[in-house]
Design a protein around this ligand. Structure first.
Ligand code: UT7
Length: 344
């Protein structure tokens, strides 16, 4: 069941640098209540979100540019130059274009060598999936430095009419990045990753178009007034109920695989989907406040970017120290979910 523990790898990997970038433009709950039927009390009570960042027209940001900004910080902190990167992994559900993906755009922006650029489309689990892929490439000895980026421009694709309020108040823009390097110290690093999916729930949190199933002319012909397939749909309560179960399961799976328990956790960084979900997991695992990091209050849900932004902020605040057991966990559209255990 846990293949990572049965195989002897030549190397292990560790996160050597973290970075993040968020647009300057702050959008408060009151700002949203001016354009749709919502209010600060509802948003705070149901999600914990107080404000989020949105790209502002003309501020020069898009998904790949924000990703590049976060990546530059992570590279600097890792002491790794763009030329030393062997592979790019770019996770997003809001790419600048349908194809090619954000990975090659990042390669150009950072003027990198012709290294492989892989795009990951696992939504809120995108960062944990990407970290796992990076870990495998390092463990086998194939690469020494992998740049993992999660970046989202949600504001460019949300329905800001009252019709979309159940989704659009939740999501925000931003990017986070980490450098995953061969662990030269011989101790710690990424201990394990566990990934899952369950496609039968794909319709519960999705964006249909544009896609080959919902191409522009077809949509306009069928539905001239309502561009619904072009806006994200979420069955919030259904997703919530599954999230709380899967988060707990996949964290437990990681702990058991490493013969660790919840008491060993020094810092849990859950994907920032909803403060109530994080608090539920915290309570279930009996973790004190100082061992769980949340920043959804400031940024909303930034999907693939949420964990690396939180990781970067927690690290900057001195909340992650050498030797700490850091647990990352994510759940989202697909459904997909995963966890990563890291000895920092
Ligand atoms: O990151 C990927 C994974 N995503 C998640 O894990 C999200 C999981 N789900 C959630 O976080 C919550 O379900 C939401 C925050 C999305 C919604 O909270 P909820 O407590 O489940 O609310 P609800 O959808 O059941 O809606 C309750 C009421 C409805 O009104 P009625 O039918 O009771 O009259 C909604 O129309 O709240 C209404 N509502 C709003 N009211 C004011 C929905 N959105 C809003 C809004 N402002 N923005």
């Amino acid at each position: 069941m846990y293949p990572t523990l049965n195989l002897i790898y030549m190397f292990s990997s560790k996160i050597t640098g973290v970075g993040h970038y968020v647009p300057e433009n702050i959008v408060t709950n009151d700002d949203l209540s001016k354009v749709m039927d919502t209010n600060d009390a509802w948003i705070q009570e149901r999600t914990g979100i107080q404000e989020r960042r949105h790209i502002k027209k003309g501020d020069g940001n898009n998904t790949s540019i924000m990703g590049a900004k976060a990546a530059r910080v992570a590279l600097k902190r890792a002491g790794v130059s763009a030329d030393d990167v062997d592979m790019i992994i770019f996770a997003t559900l809001s790419p600048d274009m349908y194809f090619p993906g954000g990975g090659v755009q990042l390669q150009e922006l950072l003027e990198m060598k012709t290294v492989p650029a892989l795009d990951v489309r696992n939504q809120c689990s995108g960062f944990v999936y990407s970290l796992s892929v990076a870990d495998q490439f390092i463990k086998t000895g194939m690469y020494s430095n992998v740049l993992v980026v999660g970046s989202e421009n949600h504001s460019g694709g949300l329905d800001f009419s009252s019709r979309g309020r159940g989704v659009s108040v939740i999501f925000g823009d931003g990017a986070g990045a980490v450098v995953v390097s061969r662990n030269e110290t011989g101790t710690g690093g990424i201990l394990s990753t566990h990934l899952h999916s369950e496609g039968k729930h794909k319709d519960e949190l999705m964006l249909q178009g544009p896609s080959t199933g919902h191409w522009v002319p077809e949509l306009i012909a069928q539905n001239p007034q309502e561009n619904i397939p072009y806006y994200p749909y979420m069955n919030g309560q259904f997703v919530f109920k599954h999230a709380v179960v899967r988060f707990s399961e996949v964290i437990q799976e990681g702990l058991e695989a490493n013969k660790l328990s919840t008491e060993d956790i020094d810092m849990l960084i859950p994907h920032q989907a909803n403060l109530r979900i994080s608090q539920f997991i915290q309570k279930k695992m009996r973790l004190p406040d100082e061992k769980v990091f949340n920043n959804i209050q400031k940024y909303g849900n930034t999907t693939a970017a949420s964990i690396p932004i939180a990781l970067s902020e927690a690290w900057e605040a001195g909340k992650i120290n050498d030797g700490d057991l850091v647990v990352l966990a994510a759940f989202g559209s697909g459904f997909t979910w995963g966890s990563a255990l890291i000895r920092w």
